[in-house]
Write a protein that binds this ligand. Structure first.
Ligand SMILES: [Zn+2]
Length: 365
């Protein structure tokens, strides 16, 4: 996800946004005002100031989520969805009971005239009564009856009513988590965990008809450690990876080892860490020219393989097997990978390739 963002910023970072309104029913003043409200809201994201969500979202939506706009950081956890599409097209605006539903497409048209669609969004705007002003209602709040809740341990699960809750998986997560929390000295915290089986269901939960990447079948997740909030697709009740982000990020997010450590402890994309070691070994056979001395900047030709997390995850494995958590905490303390390799293994960058290749061979199963 972060890599996608990098690409997007490269291509689109300096373009300015345009909004077009091509919906049919322009004669209804309420609909027009709701569209104005929506346009003013997305305009907020082209300014540097923090958006005042309470000004735009209903009290009920703000009470349910610290950031009630579940679409804004859904494609990237740091870059607003509304800035991804250089062109925003409002193609539908209609009263539906006490709301105006606005549908819009965020897209980018390249110089060669190819179009990329980043998101198709649904926004529900409550029609004001009395002295109120227009306010968005979060789709999850509006469609509450379509979802169920289940508390297990200190995790509040939320999922579509059509999905059944797998207690065995929830229990498995608690068992794995308890071991890690004890070893690392973390106090358990309450977590809100939203999960679906498909990417499309997750998108609907967050207010999209479509978002970039929905066509991929791979399990995925995104976490907001400050909010102790997780959205997970395709992994059911036991996405340990995202849960660990909630615990580790507040302390270690600036460490170059943090994400790799989470891959080592919990795996990712629906696979355990051993799978990544094996995948890395296969990758090196297929692309022998790969220079692992540059592992921290290589763009892999395999979208399932994060070379950087796999290499540093292997380093975590080596240190963990020898010294346990104390050694891993030391690794998290390095500011750069260069410092880590030098201090831990007395290796300069040019020597990393041979060293890491040897470890991959050793750990491959
Ligand atoms: Zn992650």
């Amino acid at each position: 996800m972060k890599k996608l963002l990098f690409l997007v910023l490269l291509v689109f970072g300096f373009a300015s946004a345009q909004i077009s309104r091509s919906y049919i029913d322009a004669n209804d003043p309420i609909v027009n005002k709701a569209v104005d409200f929506y346009v003013s809201y997305i305009g907020q994201f082209n300014q540097d100031d923090a958006v005042d969500y309470a000004k735009y979202w209903s009290a009920e939506s703000c009470a349910a989520f610290r950031n009630p706009d579940l679409a804004v950081f859904a494609i990237s956890d740091t870059y607003p969805t509304y800035r991804l599409g250089v062109q925003t097209t409002i193609y539908y605006a209609k009263r539906i009971r006490e709301h105006v539903l606005i549908k819009s497409v965020l897209s980018y048209r390249a110089e060669d005239s190819t179009n990329t669609v980043y998101a198709i969004l649904d926004h529900y705007i409550k029609i004001p009564s009395g002295g109120e002003t227009f306010k968005f209602t979060a789709p999850l709040v509006l469609n509450k009856s379509q979802y169920r809740e289940k508390r297990f341990g200190n995790i509040d699960y939320h999922f579509p009513a059509t999905t059944s809750f797998d207690k065995r998986k929830a229990k498995q997560l608690q068992t794995q988590l308890a071991t890690i929390l004890k070893a690392w000295g973390f106090m358990p915290v309450g977590i809100s965990y939203y999960f679906t089986q498909s990417a499309e269901e997750m998108s609907a939960m967050r207010g999209f008809e479509y978002k970039y990447g929905d066509e991929q079948q791979t399990p995925s997740g995104i976490s907001y450690p400050e909010d102790r909030l997780i959205f997970s697709t395709g992994s059911g009740e036991d996405n340990l990876h995202e849960v660990l982000h909630v615990y580790f990020n507040p302390m270690y997010v600036t460490s170059p080892v943090n994400h790799a450590l989470i891959y080592y402890l919990a795996g990712g994309l629906g696979h355990d860490f051993q799978w990544f070691i094996n995948r890395m070994d296969e990758y090196l056979q297929k692309y022998p020219e790969t220079n692992l001395s540059q592992f921290d900047t290589i763009e892999p030709k395999d979208i399932m393989l994060h070379i950087d997390f796999t290499v540093l995850g292997i380093i975590c494995k080596m240190v963990d097997e020898k010294e346990g958590v104390a050694g891993l905490k030391r690794l998290l303390g390095y500011e750069t990978v260069d410092a880590l390799f030098l201090k831990e293994f007395n290796l300069e960058r040019k020597d990393w390739d041979a060293f890491v290749r040897e470890k991959i061979k050793l750990y491959r199963k």
